[in-house]
Design a protein around this ligand. Structure first.
Ligand code: ZN
Ligand code: ZN
Length: 107
């Protein structure tokens, strides 16, 4: 499963992915920042397999992320550089798909 497009919209503060099966996922940037999958944010390497609480993507954002930069990591995911300089988290396609916050995926 791979996206055919990755779009960051800083105006409306979302990251959206179009998947090759036609599915569409949209995450609020602040939720993704709080769901950063790096060892530091996850509380250690042992916890890195855990998926984030879907509530993170439903809560109102605490702040805006206006300088977010997304770069490809191989062919398996993206790295996000946040306004606070943090960029340790690699969001794999597999993980992003597993955390799609849409009604269908969270039903
Ligand atoms: Zn992190
Ligand atoms: Zn979905």
């Amino acid at each position: 499963m791979k996206p055919t497009s990755v779009t960051v919209d800083r105006d409306i503060q979302t990251l959206s992915l179009e998947w090759d099966d036609g599915h569409h996922s949209v995450w609020p940037l602040d939720g993704l920042r709080r769901a950063c999958p790096c060892a530091g944010c996850m509380g250690g390497h042992a916890n890195m397999g855990a998926l984030p609480d879907p509530e993170l993507f439903r809560q109102p954002p605490r702040q805006r992320w206006d300088s977010v930069e997304v770069s490809a990591v191989g062919s398996y995911g993206i790295r996000i550089r946040w306004d606070d300089g943090h960029e340790a988290g690699i969001f794999t396609w597999k993980r992003l798909r597993a955390t799609c916050p849409c009604a269908e995926c969270t039903a």
